[in-house]
Ligand binder design. Structure first.
Ligand code: GLA
Length: 350
């Protein structure tokens, strides 16, 4: 990532990409999640303007985008920066529009929170320019609102909290209801390796929203916003359609696995962490039905070739897997995995 120069009337800020180690689709269902910040990330330079234009340039797009603060999302790559700039003005951090320059090493559409990182970085840069004393948590909540209300992405709060508050090499045990969190170090002996399946997906493509609606139906039935604390017996006995019962059961079991994984990380119990990751993949595949055959094959080969544990990570239906691999075996393991899966590619190791 090249460094963007600071000028008197501008500010820059960074945010990392994130990988979720465990706790999928429960950040909008009352659960605990365990994301970790990656060494890949992005940097933003924000220069306020005295008109209502937003000019966006990024090192991974050839053309500059020129938008108006009054515009709605159009599906263009610059929507995210536009939505974040609108939010910065709404929070009183900038008075009008802005020039936004982006340098990024986070691949888009991979489930590594490139858009959360961009929004959070723009809000953090704007905070440096403005009078606002917003905390990082407040900016994360504002960033989620940009995704939900401006971009039309019905996501939870995990990504924004992780990229706003975690630093590379740390995992964040996040209570998505109370927004309390604890940061702690990742294991020294093992790497958490992120491999892209080669299948891209967007959270706006409908399948993420479908799962959210199924969870909302369960919430309405049980009269709670917290699916993760339901009694499994009451889920099995409910008259809900089988698919919704399975989604709900995933929330309960996934939340329990996150608690196991947090305890395992703290006590350096690699076997327990690996088992929780493997069980999580099975639950995502069979109960939440958010995996794809090619991803199941990648996860299965990752384990056969020596990873202690592996699972799909992120919103699902494509994107990345994360595998727990002994550091001294990592290079050979990766070479063999990528030769069996030519579409897959290495992204980062946490
Ligand atoms: C995406 C969303 C998150 C979360 C994950 C699944 O990354 O942005 O809020 O729901 O999917 O765990």
């Amino acid at each position: 990532m090249s460094d963007l120069a600071n000028t008197a009337a501008s500010a820059k800020a960074q945010a990392p990409g994130r990988v979720n180690l465990i706790g999928e689709h429960i950040d909008y269902n009352g659960g605990m999640v365990l994301p970790a910040a990656l060494s890949i990330g992005l940097e933003v330079k924000l220069t306020p303007r005295d008109d209502d234009r937003v000019l966006v340039s990024a090192d991974h797009y050839d053309e500059q985008a020129e938008r108006d603060l009054g515009e709605t999302a159009s599906g263009h790559w610059s929507d995210t920066a536009l939505g974040a700039s609108r939010k910065a003005r709404e929070l009183g951090l900038i008075a009008c529009g802005a020039d936004v320059t982006i340098r990024s090493t986070v691949p888009e559409g991979s489930g590594l929170s490139s858009s959360a990182a961009l929004i959070v970085a723009i809000l953090k840069a704007a905070r440096k320019l403005g009078e606002g004393a917003h905390s990082d948590t407040e900016l994360a909540v504002a960033a989620r609102a940009v995704e939900n209300d401006f971009m039309g992405v019905p996501c939870g709060i995990m990504d924004q909290m992780a990229v706003a508050l975690a630093t590379p090499g740390t995992a964040m045990a996040l209570d998505t209801k109370a927004l309390n969190y604890e940061l702690f170090d990742l294991p020294i002996s093992h790497a958490l390796v992120v491999v892209h399946s080669g299948l891209t997906r967007k959270l706006t493509d409908g399948r993420y929203g479908e799962r959210k609606e199924e969870c909302d139906a369960a919430k309405a039935h049980f009269g709670t916003d917290d699916l993760c604390m339901l009694d499994p017996a009451s889920i099995s006995a409910s008259p809900l359609p089988p698919a919704i019962r399975k989604r709900t059961m995933h929330c309960v079991t996934e939340h329990a696995r996150v608690l196991t994984a947090i305890a395992a990380l703290k006590s350096h119990d690699i076997a327990a962490l690996a088992a929780a990751m493997n069980e999580s993949h099975v639950s995502m595949r069979d109960d939440f039905e958010m995996s794809l055959p090619a991803i199941d094959a990648l996860v299965s080969d990752a384990c056969k070739l020596g990873a202690e544990g592996a699972r799909l990570t992120g919103g699902g239906f494509g994107g990345c897997i994360v595998a727990l691999v002994a550091k001294d075996a990592q290079d050979t393991w990766l070479e063999q995995l990528l030769s069996r899966h030519p579409r897959a590619r290495f992204i980062a190791a946490a």
